[in-house]
Design a protein around this ligand. Sequence first.
Ligand SMILES: NC(=O)c1ccc[n+]([C@@H]2O[C@H](COP(=O)([O-])OP(=O)(O)OC[C@H]3O[C@@H](n4cnc5c(N)ncnc54)[C@H](O)[C@@H]3O)[C@@H](O)[C@H]2O)c1
Length: 438
Amino acid sequence: MEQPPSIATPGGPVGVLLPGLGAVATTVVAGVEAVRRGLARPFGSLTQMNTIRLGRRTEERTPLIRELVPLAELDQLVFGAWDPIPDDAYDSAVHAGVLRRGTHLDPIRDFLRTVSPMPAVFDTAYVKRLDGPNRKRGANRMELAEALREDIRRFKAENGCSRAVMIWCGSTEVFTRAGPAHETPESFERAMRDDDPAIAPSMIYAWAAIMEGVPYANGAPNLSADLPALETLARERGVPIAGKDFKTGQTLMKTILAPGLKARMLGVQGWFSTNILGNRDGEVLDDPESFRTKEESKLGVLDYILQPQMYPELYGELYHKVRINYYPPRGDDKEGWDNLDIFGWLGYPMQIKVDFLCRDSILAAPIVLDLALFLDLAGRAGMGGIQEWLSFYFKSPHTPVGLYPEHDLFIQHKKLKNTLRWLAGEEQITHLGREYYE
Ligand SMILES: NC(=O)c1ccc[n+]([C@@H]2O[C@H](COP(=O)([O-])OP(=O)(O)OC[C@H]3O[C@@H](n4cnc5c(N)ncnc54)[C@H](O)[C@@H]3O)[C@@H](O)[C@H]2O)c1
């Protein structure tokens, strides 16, 4: 096996830069501060809570992940953001309505007031249901990108950060496909200078991050760094990138349930998913073009897990439907219903109903924290390009052209942990277990 890289020590402040200071971003910023002040616990975060087994079961070596690999501490994280809406993190968190004011926002109001968004690179052609005055102006996209690079450098200097990571927590942009402008770093840069509308704001952030040596992850389903041009640039410059679309709520449930049904060779005839949500994300997704980007991201999952081409009798006829309904009274408290029509022995039909009263941003926040810490680790280990081992956190894992993504949560989890074992120079765990019976 390839030798593990040497990993630079994680000392000093680390910038966590968030394009988009909405529900998810404020829930992670406020949550990290609440944990730092001992007001709450970081449930849902592997970097903070999960252990990892090493060696044989009989060795009883199960350190915390953060004891195995050198991760930055929460105290080292410094948050920055961009948003066209000028609200600071306190006002934005109150607007989002995810965390309770009395218990989790007001006690840290002084801190949240210090996180104010920098002017964003924003274009209403890409996010149609929102607008705000806090935006950059420039003659072309290259000027906007250079202004972002300047923001990154200034933020790092002002906060004494030798390194930073960037995680897109901005709205879902309208559906687009990669084209000639996105082919190579050269064509991409030319398109920015020509102010080509094919270059979306989220792509400009990704380019600026990579150029500044800042690892980049995309929490939304729009393309962003998932382009040949930016993959090449990230590889050449040794900058980690990962995406797309945080795996929370209904898709998390899907990637937990589907592998189980397939493992038992139970057939699935239909899977109908519908949900209601009333936050700003729901409002943006109410626009059919943004919804299309999300729908593509949500639909791919079952095909990859169930492999209908390999099991046509079990999954060849699967009817999969996903609906998202904007319903303001629920705010961020989403409700997702799934109806599964499945069949077993001799074709006898059965049904499963799931009613998940979930909190989207509560599920997304620990993902953002883990991605920030793992991307910083990958950066220090010199692991440039696509970080498929982080696909555990995403609905549409970013893979190179020609390599299909793994969607099964349990395969993704094993891949993540085996990568951590490899980084720490520990043996891979195969679960063969013959040695216990010798
Ligand atoms: N909450 C979840 O569980 C979840 C899961 C998967 C993906 N996501 C995605 O994460 C993103 C954030 O979700 P949210 O619930 O926080 O949404 P939100 O609407 O509360 O926040 C998004 C913020 O991004 C800002 N924004 C839009 N375009 C921007 C740009 N070009 N530059 C800077 N800021 C920009 C908006 O003004 C808004 O404040 C969305 O794309 C969403 O689809 C969320």
